[in-house]
Write a protein that binds this ligand. Structure first.
Ligand code: UDP
Ligand code: MG
Length: 147
């Protein structure tokens, strides 16, 4: 049921350097529909929870500091095969390894400050959309989480 929805974020590096508009234009040109969008300023506990899966990784502390360093833009994106499609559109984690024409290749500064986030599974897409958007907005998206 969730295959046409993914969670995307424009990270603080790209918001701070004024690239949000270009990134949104780019994703719309590629056929992604913005179904929900919020400017967010993550607290430390929120950033820690969002990236909980990476807690034991050496870059976790730096990642959390980066994600709370300024506002970010949270989005629910719709397209067919949204999770895989958005991962292809953003490119590899490290912009140096990202394919030509991908968002990270075009807009990211480094492997850490890499402009955008994309969910890696349908299950995580739902979890991440629900992390940022209230239930009444999820209902408008047709997302109904198990109680
Ligand atoms: N990251 C980092 N150094 C690394 C790997 C990841 O700073 O060696 C950061 C980067 O911002 C990345 C995020 O941690 O986007 C989450 O890592 P993941 O492996 O999930 O990459 P993604 O799914 O974002 O491509
Ligand atoms: Mg990831």
């Amino acid at each position: 049921m969730s295959g046409n929805l993914t969670f995307a974020m424009i990270k603080p590096d790209a918001v701070e350097s004024g690239k949000s508009g270009a990134i949104i234009a780019h994703l719309q040109e590629q056929g992604f529909l913005v179904r929900a969008m919020r400017l967010v300023r993550l607290t430390r506990p929120e950033a820690e929870a969002f990236y909980e899966v990476h807690r034991e990784r050496p870059f976790y502390g730096e990642l959390v500091e980066f994600m709370i360093s300024g506002p970010a833009i949270a989005m629910a994106l719709q397209s067919s095969d949204a999770v895989a499609g958005w991962r292809t559109a953003i490119g590899a984690t490290d912009p140096a390894e990202a394919a030509e024409g991908t968002i990270r290749r075009e807009f990211a500064e480094s492997k850490g400050r890499n402009a955008v986030h994309g969910s890696d599974s349908d299950e995580n897409a739902l979890r991440e959309v629900a992390f940022f958007f209230p239930e009444r907005e999820l209902a408008l998206l047709g997302v109904h989480l198990p109680a």
